[in-house]
Design a protein around this ligand. Structure first.
Ligand SMILES: [Cu+2]
Length: 506
């Protein structure tokens, strides 16, 4: 009879002892060490010229942060950028003091300082960007991917495609070109213009101002487009406030695209992130057919197609099953323009084609996909406790944009009470589309132009020119939260407001 304390048991014990020191802390019950994220600068080559940009580099040397299923967002953000900064975890639901928005209580991080974050993240495709000044334009942006348990069983290759717009001008030069003067001066002119006709009409509903001429805003080209409006009348809309030098996909142009090695017949989860400051794209899968299965990180019932609109700050998860071997460009074409950027999925030995810009200008990004989307995990049905209308106003000349006639930072906070079901009508009285982003909450799209839908769950939604959408969310995250247009230049010239819960000490 063998000894119950067998060799097998001994080996097991010895092995455990020898392995213990290299086990992750989590396996010993202690929280894992925080991940270090460095806000710094880096050099890119764009159109053959060196370009110094910001960057957010994770512990593996790649941009951003990737978290395993169930892992906490425990991050030490080290600011080595040479400037003050503050990073927002776009779409995540942390306590408001960790949201990375520059409230007086949560000021930007000084150069050389380190700030810690610790919260339970929600899974999906997210991103991070500076919410300080106009640093987002200088690529202080990166992916934030939180994996799901279910993805482990999917056995798909994860491919991230992050889009940017790039200019050799400084963001301050771009902004000065748009306003012609200063933000404050443009807002003052806009306020005065809105006050003047108020006596004749409804003072609470700002009218659209006459918008733009192409030639008279210095340094800016704005292709206008005429598109059929609802009701089949013709409507002029404005696109692309800023003329960019390049569009980047994972920091590279289409002249020198990233080649992503994939397996013949490979199964891909493509995570597309529009990190551009002022540009919207059509994601074009070419000969491939994909299935959109998540919007802004939140699962949606699959919608098949090969060309999908993507507004600023939005994300799409697209499942792609490759038909075999070859090189498969995944492109993003600027709305209203023929220029595009992208990456190439390539099986071993595939010949990489040279890809030119599009043959013709793409139409404006629209809500054609939005209308087809349905959340897998919708909000529980419930009637609204409050319904709030938010009117999007402003225009190109003077270049200032508003919410309910107010220009950030001179706004009156909208008060929420914990436990309320909130519905918001976003009413666009301008000739531009506005991608509206709500901090700290996820919402469901429940109507487009008055037509009820059981739409996507999201954190950013496009409101078409002269269009109207309704969103619903539960007020479950007390604090101070921004609601704003994610066109960087619309936001910094005024299109932002605040949701505030009572009891927050200001
Ligand atoms: Cu906007």
């Amino acid at each position: 009879m063998s000894n119950p304390f067998s060799r097998r048991r001994f080996l097991h014990t010895a092995l455990a002892a020898s392995v213990l020191p290299i086990l992750p802390d989590a396996a010993r019950g202690a929280p894992p060490a925080p991940k270090r994220l460095v806000a710094g600068t880096r050099m890119l080559e764009v159109n053959g010229r060196p370009a110094k940009v910001f960057g957010l580099t994770g512990p593996d040397g790649r941009p951003g942060i990737r978290l395993a299923a169930g892992e906490r967002f425990r991050v030490e953000l080290a600011n080595e950028s040479g400037a003050r900064t503050l990073v927002h975890w776009h779409g995540q639901l942390p306590p408001w003091t960790q949201d990375g928005f520059p409230w007086p209580q949560t000021p930007p991080i000084a150069n050389g300082a380190v700030q810690s974050y610790d919260y339970a993240p929600i899974p999906g495709t997210y991103w991070m960007h500076s919410h300080h000044d106009v640093q987002e334009q200088s690529l202080m942006t990166a992916p934030l991917i939180v994996h799901r348990d279910a993805e482990l069983r999917e056995d798909r290759q994860d491919v991230v495609l992050m889009l940017h717009d790039f200019t050799f001008r400084t963001p301050q030069e771009v902004l000065a070109g748009l306003t012609g003067t200063s933000v404050a001066a443009a807002q003052a002119v806009a306020r005065k213009a809105e006050e003047a006709p108020a006596s004749k009409g409804d003072a609470t509903a700002p009218k659209p101002r006459v918008v733009k001429t192409d030639a008279d805003v210095p340094g800016v080209a704005m292709p206008g487009m005429t598109v059929p409006a609802p009701g089949d009348t013709q409507m002029h809309m404005d696109l692309n406030d800023v003329h960019y030098d390049a569009f980047l996909a994972n920091d590279r142009t289409l002249a020198d695209p990233e080649i992503v090695p994939v397996e013949r017949g490979g199964r891909i989860r493509l995570r597309v992130i529009n990190g551009a400051s002022s540009s919207q794209f059509w994601v074009d899968l070419g000969e491939l057919v994909g299935r959109v299965v998540a919007t802004d990180g939140h699962p949606a019932h699959a919608v098949a197609g090969n060309r999908f609109p993507l507004a600023m700050a939005q994300r799409l998860d697209i499942l792609i099953d490759l038909p075999g071997a070859g090189a498969f460009p995944i492109l993003a074409q600027l709305e209203g323009d023929s220029r595009q950027t992208g990456i190439v999925l390539a099986t071993p030995g595939a010949r990489i084609p040279r890809i030119a810009d599009g043959a013709q200008a793409a139409p404006p990004v629209d809500l054609s996909l939005e209308a087809r989307l349905m959340a897998v995990e919708p909000l529980p049905p419930r009637s609204a406790d409050i319904v709030q209308t938010i009117v999007l106003g402003g225009g190109m000349k003077p270049y200032a944009w508003s919410m309910n006639g107010e220009y950030w930072p001179r706004v009156s906070p909208l008060m929420l009470t914990k436990g309320q079901r909130v519905e918001i009508d976003l009413v666009n009285r301008t000739m531009m589309a506005h991608p509206i982003h709500l901090h700290g909450h996820v919402f469901q799209v429940i109507a487009i132009d008055g037509q009820p839908i059981h739409g996507a769950v999201r954190d950013t939604l496009l409101v078409m020119p002269m269009g109207r959408v309704r969103i619903a969310f539960d007020a479950d995250n007390p604090g101070r939260w921004a609601l704003h247009c994610h066109n960087l230049y619309h936001m910094v010239t005024g299109m932002m407001t605040e949701f505030r819960y009572p009891g927050i000490v200001i």
